[in-house]
Design a protein around this ligand. Sequence first.
Ligand SMILES: [Zn+2]
Length: 419
Amino acid sequence: MKTLSKFSIGVGDRFAHQGKAQLQACVLASKQGIEVVPVWNKSNREHLIIGSEPSSTRAEADAAVKALGWTKPYFCDADHINLGTLDRFLDPCDFFTIDVADYIGRPAELSTIAAFTKNHPELTGTIQLQGTGETIVITTDQLSRTAAKFLFAVQEAGKVYRKIESAKGKGNFIAEISMDETDTAQTPAELLIILAAIADEGVPIQTIAPKFSGRFNKGVDYVGDVSQFAREMALDMAAIRHAVAHYGLPADLKLSVHSGSDKFSIYPAIHESMRKFDTGVHLKTAGTTWLEEIIGLAEAGGPSLALAKEIYAEAYAHRAELCAPYATVIDIDPKQLPAPAAVSGWTSDQFTSALRHNPADPAYNPSFRQLLHVGFKIAAKMGRRYLDLLEADEAVIARNVTENLYNRHIAPVFLGRHP
Ligand SMILES: [Zn+2]
């Protein structure tokens, strides 16, 4: 059976040009004695916006692995797929993020709910979660309400899983279930009940992506109560351990943290919880690499800096339509967005200081950064003009991509080294 290593990082790459630079960050980790396995993830939505095929992600990953002589595992993730979008991912991918968020709250058959609650008397009452010093209490009513809310979604995940299994063969791929793109966070008690249902459905997931409390905005730091997040993550890990022991889910099942890039303030809590529970996480990143491309272009100066400014000006002009699909995962303060006319006079240093995620730099501007984060559609429309400069400035961009993934993500999360 294919297994994901304890530590893994999702390395989304919108334009499929940074595979080597991303893998280099994992090479740096292995030089520090830890194995962090890369997973190239790209969702159907991203492929549609860019106009790319999942097979291009596979080609990029294979080429990077060959170029760097990487001998450890690596994966291609069909990110946030469902029955409707699965097909073109089947051949090139060996990791499937089955997204059931849209099905949460849809009513399952009453008989299914009744059977589930009857089969799981152990899920009611006081449950001791080892390693947390806390107990969770689930009432019969709560159990059936939770079953009513999630069973339909779990059944849907089963359908998608079985379709993947019949195409790829059992054990030849990693399965994840994601529920992060929904309005309300799942509590650790809900997670435990969901895991029991997933086990009943016969889906051997190796990662699960719940929605955590707090805001996981795109490309910027976590917004929320860090100590509450820490407690929730520990309880989630304990719930997973409990579910593995009681329901026969894969022993290496772990949390997947979506929108996981740039969440600097919670990385110490993630690292500490992993250490405490001797488990790993899958940290999913994507847009942070696209932003390093813009930083690299701006740093390169000349026509590349001009192109970075043009992308900003276009993103600014189309900010309403670019932001609309991401409304729940960005918080842009319009007053903080510099006018494109002002930006046009900026030096490389001014542009990169505003954009680079360095909270200690007074010039860092999270609104500027978030707008550019959702602005990749502008670069996609530029086509060859954008790609030609990416290729011309490969060295400076690659340095930024690797440094960002390694220093700001892998080192704090997996090595516990905080800048
Ligand atoms: Zn997600």
